[in-house]
Design a protein around this ligand. Structure first.
Ligand SMILES: [Zn+2]
Length: 57
C-alpha cells in the first residue's frame, strides 16, 4: 500500500482506491502524486508482454 508523502502514514486499500481520483491523503489532507512503488508496479506490468514476446523470438 502507498504511504503519504507528507505524514508518512500508510493508506488502506479502500483509502487508496478513494484517493486514486482525488490524490489527497486521508490522514493529513496533503496532495499526493503517484507513489514510486505503484509506478514501479505499473511499469513492470507494462513490460511483461514485451519480455514474453522477446522470449518467443
Ligand atoms: Zn498524510
Amino acid at each position: 500500500m502507498p504511504v503519504c508523502q507528507n505524514c508518512g502514514k500508510e493508506w488502506t486499500w479502500k483509502q487508496t482506491v478513494k484517493t486514486l481520483f482525488k490524490l489527497k491523503c486521508p490522514h493529513c489532507g496533503a496532495n499526493q502524486y503517484e507513489s514510486a512503488s505503484s509506478r514501479r508496479r505499473g511499469s513492470l506490468v507494462g513490460l511483461t508482454p514485451l519480455v514474453l514476446l522477446g522470449s518467443v523470438n
